[in-house]
Design a protein around this ligand. Structure first.
Ligand SMILES: C[S@@+](CC[C@H](N)C(=O)[O-])C[C@H]1O[C@@H](n2cnc3c(N)ncnc32)[C@H](O)[C@@H]1O
Length: 236
């Protein structure tokens, strides 16, 4: 379980950057029934509702899902873990997944499942981090000696294999400007599969890692952490 409010204060301000590009893609297919997978605290869910979509939001983490339900009472929320979804075939006009595919082990199976729940002509849009250019988290991982995760399965290839057409991948780069102390506190509190382990270490070890993080992060204090997201999209 994550501290969803810490995620919302910290990470969700970073992931919010790709919400407009994701929703611009799905708007092309006149999406009314939208599924937001790995909804987290609901950054995509809320924006899609504001655009008039009927949003179903799913996440594998109950704390995240409860916060989405509180923040966005017009969303239908369901606990669900990709690669399995509790919906009949062809239920949705569009599916968005903002930074969730990078948490999934079996990418081809997950993409097949997303294909199944989309109607013909519907749009899938998935974003993930380009790890080599994700300084906002690599400074913490390097300070803590956390191993680089294995390369992500080729998402665009999985989409083509699942039967999507017009598959393309867009690249987005920007700088994430954030107070360095607040970022450290919120990333650690939000936990998650990579950074949750830091909080389990002895207090003096955590303080040593924090100092090392601040040393590595200092060059980014003024202009922000350079980050890069990739955004794959295609039509069912
Ligand atoms: C980095 S967060 C992104 C949250 C949100 N989409 C955003 O843009 O802020 C990843 C989310 O995916 C969820 N998640 C991880 N693995 C999942 C899975 N297999 N199925 C569904 N959700 C998953 C996590 O609980 C978390 O809320």
């Amino acid at each position: 379980m994550r501290d969803a409010e810490a995620y919302e204060r910290g990470f969700a301000r970073l992931t919010a950057h790709t919400v407009d590009p994701l929703l611009n893609l799905v708007r092309r297919s006149r999406a009314i029934r939208l599924l937001d997978v790995g909804c987290g605290t609901g950054v995509v869910t809320g924006a899609a509702i504001a655009l008039g979509a009927e949003v179903t939001a799913v996440d594998s983490d109950l704390d995240m899902l409860e916060l989405t339900a509180r923040r966005h009472p017009y969303a239908t929320v369901r606990l669900a873990t990709l690669p399995e979804l509790p919906f009949p075939d062809e239920t949705f006009d569009a599916v968005t997944g903002n930074f969730v595919i990078n948490h999934i082990e079996d990418v081809p199976r997950a993409v097949d499942e997303l294909h199944r729940v989309l109607r013909p002509g519907g749009t899938l849009a998935l974003s993930w981090w380009k790890r080599e250019e994700m300084t906002a988290t690599s400074v913490i991982a390097e300070a803590a000696g956390i191993a680089v995760p294995p390369p992500l399965h080729d998402v665009a290839a999985a989409m083509r294999e699942a039967g999507f057409s017009g598959v393309a991948v867009d690249t987005m780069r920007w700088c994430h400007r954030v107070d360095l102390d607040a970022w450290w506190t919120d990333v650690l509190a939000a936990g998650g599969p990579r950074f949750g382990v830091i909080s389990e270490r002895p207090p003096e070890e955590i303080e040593r890692i924090r100092q090392e993080y601040l040393r590595r992060a200092e060059p980014y204090a003024a202009a922000g952490f350079p980050v890069c997201a990739l955004l794959a999209h295609g039509t069912r």
